[in-house]
Design a protein around this ligand. Structure first.
Ligand SMILES: *[C@@H]1O[C@H](CO)[C@@H](O)[C@H](O)[C@H]1NC(C)=O
Length: 530
């Protein structure tokens, strides 16, 4: 009994030792009185916070990194951030006192809670869509409140240095209901709370401590653009309007274009920097290296392999000769054989195919067929692009995203528009069988169109579309164009060419497949003649 008791105590002591080691391990041995802070409202910005953390550590900082998480954040995200060496602190949302505010701004006043982080002497707050590209420890020299002044003389709350104080925070909380907010969020409030901010002096970290002591402590200071270089600024001139080499914080403020969405990398040049940090993220939890998530990885593999498997299956079936395309080509071979025997002038058919489209039995082609085909084609294009963007995970790497979207756009388009062409083909066949009164001579003319060039034309148009679809995206990169507007312009220019090509192609394809159906129908009917 006594023995058991003793081993019990040993066990307790042992676990305490283990726990304290773990505690030290996860929070760093020294607790700092200065910290980097960010805010996470939901899982969507998780990758942003991970990359931000990595960028801070890459500049050699050992200070605490605190992420304030609200209820919308999943347990897994919290676990992952802890594994990434963030201190995770749960906070309740501060309700937005403004009646009329954008829905996404429901909890943005929560940001004011950083003024209440009195465990720290000073905190540098960074939005989840910022990254640190150069050491910014200097910012902790900032006295009371520092932020960057943006366009229209307003402070931006994306990067701030704050000296937490309960008195200050309580004062803010009292004024939250009375002060107006031009954004309906925290940024507007802070602009009202610090009305003199545009007149504040620019923060100069290079001042010596002696000089600093001789001056009164400023209530607020302005940060230079280097500490909050927003990508909007880059877009205008297609270059940083400040010295590139001195850049310290990049802020990805382009409305809905967030760096973690794969497609932004193809539009916005500075997103490259963000991705270069993202790919270097360590695997702190299984399957999270390079900013991946196990769930997305599974979907990516599935999406990548499914069309390929479908293609292989079709190839296998066509080798077996049981599919429609197989039987089509066999019937054309049979057709050719018929022609050679009965007419003997099949050599003309390829040469004249274009001419024959506009003569003879062309009258059988329904008038509206071309127009219907154009409409179906464009609906199919838009649907396949839309569906592809919907099913491909958003936060994957730019190349994976592009390849998957191409793969799925082509697959869905091939299935939908190809299906439409097959319907047209069957329709033509039905018409041919119905018009039994047409003369043998007529059917002979129809036979001239029966040639392999039909499939060749389909290939020609299909490959043309594929080529233009690739050109639309790759041309700006082949030409080395980096400006967003020029990139978009080039993409739109190629897209216009693609649209006109598709209009022509879809019209021709429908007519060709209809005539092919017509002629195959004739063949079935006139087999006896052969
Ligand atoms: C502010 O901080 C104090 C002390 O840490 C805490 O008691 C209080 O609940 C905080 N206020 C809010 C609104 O979070």
């Amino acid at each position: 009994m006594v023995k058991l008791n003793r081993s019990f105590w040993v066990l307790i002591l042992f676990s305490i030792a283990i726990l304290s080691i773990q505690f030290k391990g996860s929070f760093g041995s020294e607790s700092t009185n200065e910290a980097y802070v960010t805010l996470l409202y939901g899982d969507e910005f998780l990758l942003g916070v991970r990359v931000l953390g990595k960028s801070i550590r890459d500049t050699g900082s050992n200070k605490d990194m605190v992420v304030l998480v609200s209820d919308g954040v999943s347990d897994y995200s919290k676990k992952l951030l802890k594994a990434d060496k963030w201190k995770v602190e749960k906070i309740s949302l501060l309700a937005n006192p403004n009646q009329a505010h954008p829905k996404r701004f429901w909890g943005v006043y929560t940001k004011l809670k950083i003024f209440n982080m009195t465990d720290y002497k000073k905190v540098v707050y960074l939005d989840a869509d910022t990254i640190v590209v150069k050491n910014i420890e200097d910012l902790f020299k900032c006295s009371k409140f520092c932020a960057n002044l943006k366009h229209s003389e307003r402070l931006n709350s994306g990067v701030m240095v704050v000296e937490p104080s309960e008195a200050l925070f309580n004062d803010m909380m009292q004024q939250v209901k009375t002060l107006s907010s031009y954004t309906g969020g925290d940024q507007g409030f802070l602009n009202s709370y610090y009305p003199d901010f545009p007149n504040a002096r620019v923060f100069d970290p290079s001042l010596s401590p002696q000089v600093m002591k001789t001056r009164p402590v400023p209530k607020m200071e302005r940060l230079s653009t280097l500490y909050n270089a927003d990508v909007g600024l880059y877009m205008l001139a297609n270059k940083w309007m400040v010295d590139d080499s001195k850049l310290q914080i990049i802020h990805y403020t382009l409305g809905p274009l967030k760096p973690w969405d794969w497609w932004t990398a193809w539009l916005v040049k500075p997103v490259d920097v963000w991705h270069s940090i993202r790919v270097s993220l360590e695997e702190t939890l299984p399957g999270t290296g390079g900013g991946k998530t196990p769930n997305d990885e599974f979907i990516v593999k599935f999406l990548f392999l499914l069309p390929l498997c479908g293609l292989l299956f079709c190839l296998y079936r066509s080798i077996q000769g049981r599919d429609l395309f197989g039987s089509l080509s066999r019937s054309s071979v049979y057709n050719l054989y018929c022609k050679l025997r009965s007419n003997g002038y099949s050599g003309l058919s390829t040469l004249n195919s274009n001419y024959q489209l506009h003569t003879g039995s062309n009258s059988k082609v329904p008038q509206y067929l071309g127009a219907v085909s154009v409409v179906v084609c464009f609906v199919a294009v838009l649907t396949s692009i839309g569906v592809s963007f919907m099913i491909v995970p958003r936060q994957i790497t730019p190349w994976t995203g592009l390849i998957l979207v191409y793969e799925w756009t082509f697959t869905i388009f091939l299935l939908s528009y190809g299906g439409f062409l097959l319907v047209i083909y069957q329709y033509g066949k039905k018409i041919a069988v119905e018009t039994t009164e047409s003369s043998v001579d007529d059917s002979g003319k129809v036979h001239q169109r029966a040639d392999a060039s039909c499939d060749f034309t389909t290939w020609y148009y299909g490959l043309g579309m594929v080529f233009l679809a690739f050109a639309a995206i790759s041309l700006p990169y082949l030409l080395g164009v980096t400006s967003l507007f020029l990139r978009l312009g080039l993409m739109i220019a190629v897209a216009i060419v693609l649209v006109s090509f598709m209009t022509h192609a879809s019209e021709q394809l429908a007519i060709r497949w209809f005539l092919k159906g017509l002629e195959d129908g004739d063949t079935t009917r006139s087999k006896s003649i052969c």
